[in-house]
Design a protein around this ligand. Sequence first.
Ligand SMILES: C[S@@+](CC[C@H](N)C(=O)[O-])C[C@H]1O[C@@H](n2cnc3c(N)ncnc32)[C@H](O)[C@@H]1O
Length: 226
Amino acid sequence: MGRGTASDGGPVAPDGSPVGLYRAFPAGREPEVIHGAVPRGAPILELGCGAGRITHELTALGHHVVAVDQSAAMLAHVRTATRVHADIETLALPDRFPAVVLAGYLVNTIVPGQRDAFLDTCHRHVTDDGLVLVQRTSPTWAAALEAGHTVRSGPMVVTITEARLEGGVLHAAQECRHGDTTWTHAWTDVVHADEEFEKIAEAAGFTLARWLDRDREWAVLRPLPH
Ligand SMILES: C[S@@+](CC[C@H](N)C(=O)[O-])C[C@H]1O[C@@H](n2cnc3c(N)ncnc32)[C@H](O)[C@@H]1O
């Protein structure tokens, strides 16, 4: 859950994500990380797809994507996937998928009950031999985040304006500039240590199969046998 603003008056999703920011933000390494972890051409259920930043790259890589978001303003920009306007928590599609993606650090939500509801949705929609890819806030990244730090991501200039890690909760904010537009986005994440994350996954009916990156931001979960 967060808060966002857009200097051009553009829309902000209910979770605080400015739509224009996630449209303009480069896709980065995420599509390749996902593509490299799932079977070639596997259909993907993407939860919290935003404006299609990752979606469009995944479809270009040969995946049929069912893209879910609660923000109609975000979904309006998703071109190449099957769009589903829904809350992740209550999603009940008739199909199950060999790959389910929960990106965008949604698993770190501070809203009571929401994390488990997100993971239940992943469980309901993954095939018995499928996998769930979760992008979480890495504890090492959270600990290293510093206010005042500026990074360039493609044409976007991102300045961290707040970074406080207190009692396992990260309070962070960024200001992002692209051309004449500036967006702000503040968010609060519950940061889970590795062992804690593994326990959360197990309680949700998964086993942690492996981490996909050195920062341990991307986890591969497999459903436990029923
Ligand atoms: C930070 S954006 C990231 C979007 C995309 N994953 C990306 O990386 O570009 C988070 C997205 O998740 C969506 N979202 C947040 N909570 C949601 C929920 N409970 N149900 C459906 N969508 C949700 C928001 O509307 C937003 O589009």
